[in-house]
Write a protein that binds this ligand. Sequence first.
Ligand code: UGA
Length: 455
Amino acid sequence: MSKESENCELGIFGGGYVGLVAAAGFASVGHRVVVFEVSDEKLQLLNAGKVPFFEPGLEELVKNGISQKLLSFEKATLDRLQEHLPRLQGLLLAVGTPSLPDGRTDLSYLDSVIDLLLKVPQSLEGKILVSKSTVPVGTGERISKRMIEGGKPVAVASNPEFLRQGNAVYDFLKPERIVIGTENVEATEWLRKLYAPLVANGAPLIEMNLRSAELLKYAANAFLATKISFINEISQLCERVGADIQQIHRGLATDSRIGSKFLNAGVGFGGSCFPKDLSSLIHQGEAFSLAMSLTKSTQEVNRRQRLWAFERLQKVWNNDFRGKTIALWGLTFKPNTDDMREAPALSLISRLIETEASIKAYDPQGMGEASRLLKDPLKRGHLQLMKSPQEAVEGADALIILTEWAEFEKMNLSDIKVLMRSPLILDGRNVFSSQQPLKNSEIQYYGVGLPSASA
Ligand code: UGA
């Protein structure tokens, strides 16, 4: 092993999505990691080598880390922290930073970690405190100030994450870039050492100042979200003028300045990141009297796009939903996750239940979350959760596809057609747009931004 890839000892606060992927990822390259978590329920699962959410490949990585004694989990209490602290060089903050009701960032979880660190009797001199959580610009400096005022000065850095749910293990081990944001030399050196194994594998490392790293995370998410809203707006125009969004996509993608990624029209973006980060960015701009008009428009286009299927049904059924049964395929905000936060399915279901239609929904991984989040429509009988895609379409008057799960892509539409009362398909992710049998079948098919959907 080269000198550069010495092993590091680190503590990570938060055994959620970012914390756990990072912890298991760092352990897999030889570092020793202890995760401090507040939830007893999560700790119990994690200590048994189980991951509390669905993320392909993560459980295996966690189990390996535990068996090699490189990964452990502790309750985030003062005595547990004190016991580990002497050997820990770096402390990574990976707690949630959700939205407050007004859209600003809720930093209370992060603040409670700082409160805990300030209670530690020993000095933190020489330790590196790194934020992996997505935090508004200036948060790192605020943390540093609190630590100094509390008599525990410490080096502070920002090291934003760019993981995608569903691809997180791959993204962690083969990142498009690693970002170190700090003006502190010791922090830079330690973070270089921490990431040396990934850099040796070809990951580019970019160094910048603290504020820039904090803002970069928001800029990256806002840019990607803006690409999606842009293509969705063009897809709306396609439907009105009889153009084809997929042909336009091909034409755009050949221009290397534009590229092909994050330009798939659909029923809008969701998840725990884009919506909250856009709101936070708008607030951050407005705090400096900057209107952030483009970011606001990105949100606005997305709100409209989530109702694409609803508006299409209004047209096809002449606004009469009485006695209709609607099948929904896909409840999570995207494939390969069980996460339904800000999922387009939630906006659609809340509109559909205002009509007299009933809904039969299926998702390969989201059923647990759906039964937790949609208790009311389930209790009232507006919504039923089905065990298979076939069960969901049985006797349905329309099928709406909201997520491009591989399980749906493999389906044969002729088999689906015979199960339905009337074969109307609204394909919110253009999963079946290239299927030839559609052309001469009796299926009434609409895709996003496709000529079939022309007004
Ligand atoms: C996003 C970013 O892609 C990650 O880089 C970032 O680290 C993460 O947020 C975060 O801030 O933690 P994620 O929320 O997992 O990752 O999901 P994405 O794969 O980015 O998809 C977001 C939404 O956009 C999904 O609802 C997806 O269906 C939608 N989308 C994506 C489209 O509608 N069209 C596309 O072409 C691509």
